[in-house]
Ligand binder design. Structure first.
Ligand SMILES: [Zn+2]
Length: 292
């Protein structure tokens, strides 16, 4: 087990770099005043936070499953400068684990915002768009896909057609309506909240459990159910989801895993949002990349 991997029974979870970006601190914490949130997640002088977009690779005894896909390599120079992105290293990091593009069996999209779905279609060596994981089934909630097909005005800004055109033509997409078991160790559950078709991923094996709540719980600093993001489309649903899933998975002593958190990959929650464990183990604050 390294700082970038966690074992859950017979499964291994690896965090892979899908590219970092910087977002305004206020957008990440919605109604919470900066005087309060900055104690949990320090901002740079320009008020931005350094956030990762790190897909989870779940290696089960029978499958290689990717949860979300990072920013991808299709961002325009303008988008790169607005979000101050770093490189998408997903494929090279998979290669370090001995895994090729063909070896991914399943890609679960928690939802279809650009920071989660940006890597499902990539620009290949010939400069053309291609499906990044040609052998994979791409699992998306049916309602999420309906919104991708006809997004509301606000969602048009985050559901980018460039991420889906090639997937529609040459990718293998499977829609889920509600909950589905994908293999003995992994299942998805529809949540809504952040987007209408948002879903969570649950991993359980040999009495151990991890749950990936996607953008319902983007960083360790969002452990208070009331701390929602300005990006949440249905914030009251997010609050209800967090209360429900925190209670449910706390009973299982589950790890809660993160996609956007450069500091903490996973944590266990006790009563009132206190952490009973975190992965990797706590470091000194001076190591915080957001303060660099
Ligand atoms: Zn996100």
């Amino acid at each position: 087990m390294t700082e970038k991997s966690l074992r859950i029974g017979a499964c291994e979870i690896h965090w892979l770099s899908g590219g970092d970006f910087r977002l305004d601190g206020g957008t990440m914490f919605g109604p919470v005043p900066k005087t309060i949130w900055q104690n949990k997640f320090p901002a740079a002088a320009d008020n931005t936070l350094s956030l990762c977009n790190d897909p989870l690779l779940i290696r089960t005894p029978s499958m290689n499953i990717l949860v979300d896909s990072g920013l991808g390599n299709k961002l325009t120079p303008k988008q790169q400068s607005v979000f101050r992105t770093t490189d998408w290293l997903l494929l090279s990091q998979l290669a370090l684990l001995g895994i090729s593009r063909q070896d991914i069996d399943l890609v679960i999209l928690t939802h279809c915002d650009f920071d989660h779905a940006g890597g499902v279609v990539m620009v290949g060596e010939d400069g053309r768009e291609e499906v990044t994981f040609p052998a994979a089934i791409h699992l998306i909630q049916e309602t999420e896909w309906q919104d991708v097909a006809s997004p509301c005005r606000r969602a048009q800004e985050s559901y980018w057609p460039i991420n889906f055109n090639e997937l529609k033509k040459n990718g293998h997409i499977q829609f889920v309506h509600g909950d589905r078991e994908l293999c003995p160790e992994v299942r998805v559950r529809h949540t809504g909240g952040h987007t209408r078709g948002h879903q969570l991923v649950e991993i359980s094996s040999q009495g151990e459990t991890a749950v990936h709540l996607g953008d319902l719980f983007p960083t360790h600093a969002h452990a208070n159910p009331l701390w929602v993001m300005a990006y949440d489309n249905f914030p009251l649903e997010v609050i209800a989801c967090k209360e429900r899933y925190f209670a449910e998975y706390r009973k299982l002593d589950a790890w809660f895993t993160f996609y956007h958190d450069p500091l903490v990959r996973a944590c266990k929650l006790g009563d009132k949002g206190a952490f009973t464990d975190q992965w990797p183990q706590k470091k000194e604050k001076s190591d915080h990349p957001a303060t660099a």
